[in-house]
Design a protein around this ligand. Structure first.
Ligand SMILES: CC(C)(COP(=O)(O)OP(=O)(O)OC[C@H]1O[C@@H](n2cnc3c(N)ncnc32)[C@H](O)[C@@H]1OP(=O)(O)O)[C@@H](O)C(=O)NCCC(=O)NCCS
Length: 175
């Protein structure tokens, strides 16, 4: 299991079953906040759903198709980030992330994404990293912009979030 200490306060660890209780509790506390932007909240109603998610992620990690990591801030689970997909043929990784609301505004995710860029370069030999965000998601789109990603364009009606369709802005970084 990998674990990387990014700062005195931020640690990034491969997501494993042992994180399930804490991640589900974080999800439960932040259900309304996360539901604005993420499509899986209504399918995550008990800790067993989080366990099943983590199990699927570990298969993805073992196969080299994805990487999911838990973010700890001062030792407490603060969110999740990683490569939702790793396209090994084209060597492109697509980053996704979320934080509990109480952990927003501290620069945690920007630091974590910087580390994912290093992991993508060093461990997966990626040549390109993508981040996709809804245009209305100001906090999310600020992260690739802050890190020098280039805006590539907007995919129309690319994602369904409950009863509404959202466009996706695509940002990318060439490595
Ligand atoms: C998207 C999300 C992760 C962004 O969180 P965030 O806290 O804004 O992002 P960061 O952790 O990078 O922090 C940046 C903020 O910390 C501040 N900050 C403080 N210290 C900082 C530092 N050392 N470096 C960078 N920013 C710092 C920045 O000014 C910024 O705050 P501001 O927006 O008020 O100006 C979070 O809002 C979230 O999880 N949302 C719900 C799920 C979601 O939308 N996921 C993405 C779907 S595409």
């Amino acid at each position: 299991m990998f674990s990387r200490q990014l700062t005195d306060r931020i640690r990034l660890s491969l997501s494993v079953q042992a994180h399930a209780e804490e991640l589900f509790a974080l999800t439960e506390r932040n259900r309304d906040f996360l539901r604005q932007w993420l499509p899986w909240l209504d399918m995550t109603t008990g800790v067993d759903d989080t366990r099943a998610f983590l199990e699927r992620q570990l298969y993805g990690f073992a196969n080299g198709d994805s990487l999911t990591a838990t973010i700890f801030y001062d030792g407490k689970a603060a969110g999740v980030a990683g490569f939702n997909t790793i396209d090994r043929t084209n060597r492109i990784g697509s980053i996704g992330y979320w934080l509990g609301e109480e952990f927003n505004g501290k620069g945690i995710m920007t630091r974590v994404v910087e580390d994912l860029i290093s992991i993508g370069r060093e461990h997966y030999s990626l040549q390109k990293i993508e981040i996709r965000c809804a245009p209305e998601n100001a906090r999310s789109r600020a992260i690739p912009r802050r890190l020098g990603f280039q805006y590539e364009g907007t995919l129309r009606r690319a994602e369904r979030i409950y009863d509404g369709w959202h466009d996706s802005e695509v940002y990318s970084l060439l490595l």
